[in-house]
Write a protein that binds this ligand. Structure first.
Ligand code: CDM
Ligand code: ATP
Length: 272
């Protein structure tokens, strides 16, 4: 079976408070992108899991990969055969695009479908939440308002249809944990549920990402990137999640060249 896990952006991200277990309560809007990895698995007769990877190389042991963790989680509760997994990685990581979380969520859904496990959506959502705070979103994969630690989801009637998105990930990887360490939690001036209802023209300054302050201090080139997207005509520009990627929303196709951005940047353009 082959599935295509997609990326997400965060539109606004307010970090409200730190919990006793170290996680942070937040409010954010998740919006799916067409940018995708390719994830294939076939049954084998060894009873083992084999993992291979092409495209962007993922360092570390196969057992640490979120798709293998997703398999192990289901295999603990359901009878599953061994499988060979191949992940073609296109979505950059350390980018705030949720690529690893998406791979894990699509693995859960793929195993559920292919091996007819009949796991209801509510249960898939709770498996996903155990794999990562972002992961549950990809089970639904429609524009959503998220709260809690990112796992409480409500569908959001937000359509960016017709808007052009230009996303740039500079050659900097930001770890999620370190990004959280650099924020000061607090209540926003305008709550996200209210701000997101404004027209996109009024988002800048109202729909904010609380990770930006700390990350821009550490990596001024990411701040410069956001300014560049605004100069190029982005009606709204923001870092996504914990960074390092930055996106701009444009009314029309933006004019840009690869050389506008830091050498080695990953660039993605789509029309919603
Ligand atoms: C930055 C976001 O992408 C915004 O959507 C997410 O909050 C991150 O979600 P994620 O990558 O799925 O995160 P996880 O793998 O669950 O957590 C990685 C680390 O980030 C921190 N973390 C994550 C989520 C959260 N609400 N509060 C946290 O403090 C914790 O230190 C945790 O150990
Ligand atoms: N399938 C996977 N794809 C990408 N990274 C993975 C995967 N499985 C495990 N990882 C590990 O997760 C780390 C990436 O996590 P990180 O949270 O920084 O990235 P991200 O995909 O940009 O997500 P986020 O939007 O949550 O910030 C990498 O260092 C990598 O080793």
């Amino acid at each position: 079976m082959i599935v295509f896990p997609n990326a997400k952006i965060n539109i606004g991200l307010n970090i409200l408070r730190k919990r006793d277990d170290g996680y942070h309560e937040l409010e954010t809007v998740f919006y799916p992108l067409k940018l995708q990895d390719g994830l294939e698995f076939i049954e084998n007769h060894t009873g083992e899991v084999h993992f291979s990877n092409s495209g962007i190389e993922i360092a570390g042991k196969a057992e640490d990969n979120l798709v293998v963790k997703a398999y192990r989680m289901l295999a603990a509760d359901y009878r599953l055969p061994g499988i060979d997994i191949h992940l073609h990685k296109v979505i950059p990581f350390g980018a705030g695009l949720g690529g690893g979380s998406s791979d894990a969520a699509f693995m859960l859904m793929g195993l559920n479908d292919f091996f007819s496990l009949n796991i209801p959506e509510q249960k898939l959502l709770s498996y996903a939440a155990r794999l990562g705070a972002d992961c549950a979103f990809f089970i639904k994969n429609t524009p959503s308002f998220a709260s809690g630690i990112g796992e409480k989801l409500e569908p959001l009637p937000l359509s960016l249809s017709g808007w052009h998105l230009l996303l740039v990930k500079p050659p900097i990887e930001v770890g999620t944990k370190e990004a959280y360490a650099g924020v000061r939690p607090g209540e926003p001036n305008v709550g996200l549920t209210e701000a997101i209802r404004f027209s996109v023209n009024n988002w800048q300054g109202n729909v904010v990402n609380d990770f930006e302050e700390g990350i821009f201090q550490r990596f001024p080139e990411i701040k410069t990137l956001k300014e560049k997207l605004r100069e190029r005509g982005a009606v709204y520009a923001s870092m996504s999640g914990s960074g390092s990627s930055v996106f701009g929303l444009f009314r029309n196709e933006p004019l840009w060249r690869d050389s506008d951005f830091p050498e080695g940047s990953f660039i993605w353009y789509e029309v919603f």
